[in-house]
Design a protein. Structure first.
Length: 286
């Protein structure tokens, strides 16, 4: 079953069951290349976004989604393949570059390409430092970057939960396109790449209302696994290591800017949650 078939079969059922909402979809062009850069809160981010927008979009997804065992592994692989997910080996190097090249090829063909700049799901619902792959792709293709904020997907599907809950509605907020054509030809300038990435992450933070942490989510997860500590403890350690002997100066937003005065968006009908009001942010796995 291809993308259109999957969308036709699963879309109405998902909308009826989960009642997801989307705002700002008009910012996604009806035709032509564009990069959809999204925060990443839960596995279902890769389900809802492709099914709620009109155009086909292929996201990068970790290769583990394609190698699972049993019925669950088969189902995930089938879905990810149907929605055009591009597998990426997160070990880095040539494997990661191959996935980025697949995105570049897609954009050069005038299509949509999706990427999670954080590189992995947030371990605790906060926003983490973006990786510069999104900037490299934008400069290589000239495609605009459209920030896309997932809202509440981590509450509907906490880490470790396979089937998302229907008690909390998942939302999507699409921001205005960001044009970085002024930096064309500077693909190898690491300061330009970081500046573009921070601007994208700032836009995502402004749309999502998330708190920002100036470390990589992958490093936090690695420390959580090796030391058996919480995400908060891991980020505190990493930030202290970054500061070294200097007094720790917390970074409020990407690029060292002040945090935007925003809050987490609510559903259009102002019914934030149709379920139990006791739903809270999931506790990070240790």
């Amino acid at each position: 079953m291809g993308y259109r078939g999957m969308k036709a079969a699963a879309g109405p059922a998902l909308e009826m069951l989960y009642q997801p909402w989307i705002r700002g979809e008009e910012h996604i062009p009806a035709e032509g290349a564009a990069i959809l850069a999204s925060n990443h809160l839960a596995v279902i981010d890769s389900f809802f976004l492709p099914l709620l927008i009109d155009r086909e979009v292929a996201f990068i997804g970790k290769s583990d989604y394609f190698t699972g065992k049993g019925v669950k592994g088969w189902a995930v692989k089938r879905f990810m393949t149907a929605v055009g997910t591009i597998p990426v080996d997160r070990s880095g190097g040539k494997a990661s570059q191959a996935a980025l090249q697949a995105g570049i090829d897609r954009l050069r063909a005038g299509e949509l390409f999706g990427i999670y700049p954080e590189g992995t799901r947030s371990p605790d619902g906060r926003m983490y430092r973006g990786k510069t792959g999104v900037a490299r792709i934008a400069l290589a293709t000239g495609a605009p970057i459209i920030p896309v904020a997932m809202i509440g997907s981590n509450i509907a599907q906490p880490i470790g939960q396979v089937i998302p809950s229907t008690r909390h509605r998942v939302g999507i907020v699409v921001g205005e396109p960001l044009d970085f054509s002024r930096y064309r030809g500077l693909e190898n300038d690491r300061f330009v790449l970081r500046s573009i990435t921070d601007e994208v992450m700032y836009a995502l933070m402004s749309l999502s209302g998330q708190e920002y942490v100036d470390v990589y989510a992958a490093d936090v997860k690695k420390l959580m696994d090796t030391e058996r500590i919480t995400a908060l403890e891991a980020t505190d350690r990493l930030l202290a290591q970054q500061a070294g002997s200097r007094p720790a100066a917390p970074v409020a937003a990407p690029g060292g800017r002040p945090a935007p005065e925003v809050s987490v968006p609510e559903p259009p009908d102002d019914e934030a949650d149709d379920g139990d009001e006791s739903d809270e942010e999931p506790t990070p796995e240790s």
